[in-house]
Ligand binder design. Structure first.
Ligand SMILES: Cc1cc2nc3c(=O)[nH]c(=O)nc-3n(C[C@H](O)[C@H](O)[C@H](O)COP(=O)(O)OP(=O)(O)OC[C@H]3O[C@@H](n4cnc5c(N)ncnc54)[C@H](O)[C@@H]3O)c2cc1C
Length: 454
């Protein structure tokens, strides 16, 4: 049966044959060699986890914990386990996912395929830093264990590999020891972009978690005015009394839900303000000490918030430019982006640290900015212009968020692409693993070998 699927941005829906296996054996048996892609919880914004006219293997039912070592925090689990599952089970015992993106509703397989990063990338690196080994079902039907020492090329090709080398069936991760599920947090206001980046630069050396949000109505000399939020895992002995009685408290389900796709006009007038208010309320609740729900995952408090963008959906534009591109470049790109008169709901600016060895991993040293944009007729043109500016600054865009980048631009942004394509051609010569994104950006072409690099 065909199911209509999209990414989180809900900007393009395609019919796919969705299979939802419950065991690794079923994944192998049901895999369609004519073309398939794994899907986690569908939190990638674009077309990474859809395969129009072909098969999609939903992995969310493969969500069993397989082994845990309470001395080291080493966890082996199926790839459909979500970070929410991990927190629910292990946070009360003092363990937290070592690296997490801005939502906990993502699977381990999805985090590997995008080599996701969080607010602590400058200190902790990307998700692959917390992964010891993976077990991958290849197009040949073989299941191969890969780690830094064994089948290292498959390991690093899978980190950021968008699910296109094979299906990760299970993974061994290292969790982080925590005394509490709270963060000591501090907010610093900045008057303009230069000051904001200075604050990030300075405090990245003193805080593990840091992120900035821009006031997007500020323009001209005030462009980049915003708030930098800094945080550190709170120790048990520093928690205020009202929190200390339950230092490892975990959150409940989302408190609010957007029940159906809202009409577009609602977006500007109502939903942005309503969603913002809920998020700010959640963040404010504990003053200097913030619960992980508000500090790490403010958007998770509102279920289906993506429906607030209306029928045409939205995209998230996330780019990075290297530090040496300089502040004027960042200012130029932000000006071009914000000059379109949109009223985007969400934006995040952050410093990224060392690159992982993931061949297609997005993070590398530099500043990254992400912003939600409702889809308008001019959006593809706008993003094409921005892509050119980002490329010219030596930067790149993030496939986990992208819906529009063109193959030549993508190719020029990822220098390890040729190595990855050679691996793809060796492991999956017939293009069994394929997705709308893979075909769009030239990571795979159906029925033939992956495109030879030019
Ligand atoms: C509110 C929000 C905040 C976010 N914040 C961040 C952030 O701070 N940093 C960041 O890096 N990202 C962020 N993201 C993006 C998100 O973390 C990634 O897109 C993540 O990959 C989604 O995981 P998923 O399980 O939903 O995977 P899906 O979106 O379903 O799939 C993503 C990719 O993973 C592949 N995949 C899934 N499972 C497997 C498997 N078992 N084996 C092989 N491949 C597989 C798919 O084929 C696809 O290519 C955010 C997304 C949202 C909605």
């Amino acid at each position: 049966m065909l199911t209509s699927l999209s990414g989180w941005g809900a900007n393009k829906w395609v019919d796919c044959a969705l299979a939802e296996p419950e065991t690794p054996e079923q994944v192998s048996e049901w895999l369609n060699p004519a073309g398939t892609i794994a899907r986690g919880l569908g939190r990638s914004y674009g077309d990474a986890a859809v395969n129009g006219g072909g098969q999609v293997i939903g992995m969310a039912r493969l969500n069993r914990f397989l082994a845990f070592d309470a001395r080291t925090g080493r966890l082996t689990c199926e790839a459909g386990v979500s970070l929410e599952d991990i927190i629910r089970c292990f946070a009360p015992r003092g363990w937290f996912p070592a690296i997490t993106p801005g939502t906990k509703f993502v699977t381990v397989g999805g985090c590997i395929a995008n080599d996701v990063h969080g607010k602590a990338h400058h200190v902790q690196g990307s998700f692959s830093n917390s992964v010891e080994s993976i077990s991958v079902l290849l197009a040949s039907g073989e299941i191969v264990a890969a780690s830094r020492d064994a089948n290292a090329e498959l390991f690093w090709g899978s980190m950021g590999g968008m699910g296109l080398l094979g299906i990760v069936l299970n993974a061994t991760l290292r969790l982080r020891r925590v005394e509490t599920t709270y963060f000591r947090q501090q907010a610093i206001a900045a008057r303009n972009l230069e000051q904001l980046l200075d604050v990030l630069d300075e405090h990245d050396r003193t805080y593990t978690y840091s992120v900035a949000t821009l006031d997007i109505v500020a323009r001209g000399p005030h462009l980049g005015r915003g708030i930098v939020t800094l945080g550190e895992h709170a120790r048990r002995d520093e928690l205020p009394r009202r929190l200390a009685s339950n230092p490892l408290r975990i959150g409940g389900p989302p408190r609010v839900s957007v029940p159906f796709t809202l009409p577009e006009q609602t977006l500007n007038a109502l939903s942005i303000r309503a969603l913002n208010a809920v998020i700010q309320q959640i963040q404010r609740r504990t003053g200097d000490y913030g619960h992980y729900e508000g500090f790490m995952y403010p958007l998770d408090g509102v279920a289906h918030w993506n429906r607030g963008y209306g029928r045409r959906g939205f995209t998230q534009y996330q780019f990075l430019i290297p530090f040496d591109a300089g502040v004027p470049r960042m200012r130029e790109i932000l000006s071009a982006l914000l000059s379109e008169g949109e009223l985007p709901f969400l934006n995040v600016l952050k410093r990224l640290g060392e690159q992982s060895a993931g061949l297609l991993s997005f993070p590398r040293p530099g500043y990254t900015f992400a912003i939600d944009l409702p889809i308008r007729p001019h959006t593809p043109d706008l993003l094409r212009r921005l892509d050119a500016m980002v490329l010219d600054a030596g930067g790149r865009i993030y496939l986990g968020k992208d819906s529009f980048v063109e193959p030549a631009t993508f190719r020029a942004m990822y220098p390890e692409l040729e190595r990855w394509l050679a691996l793809k051609a060796a492991l999956d010569p017939n293009g069994t693993f394929t997705s709308d994104l893979g075909r769009r950006v030239g990571l795979v072409s159906r029925g033939r070998e992956a495109r030879e690099p030019s």
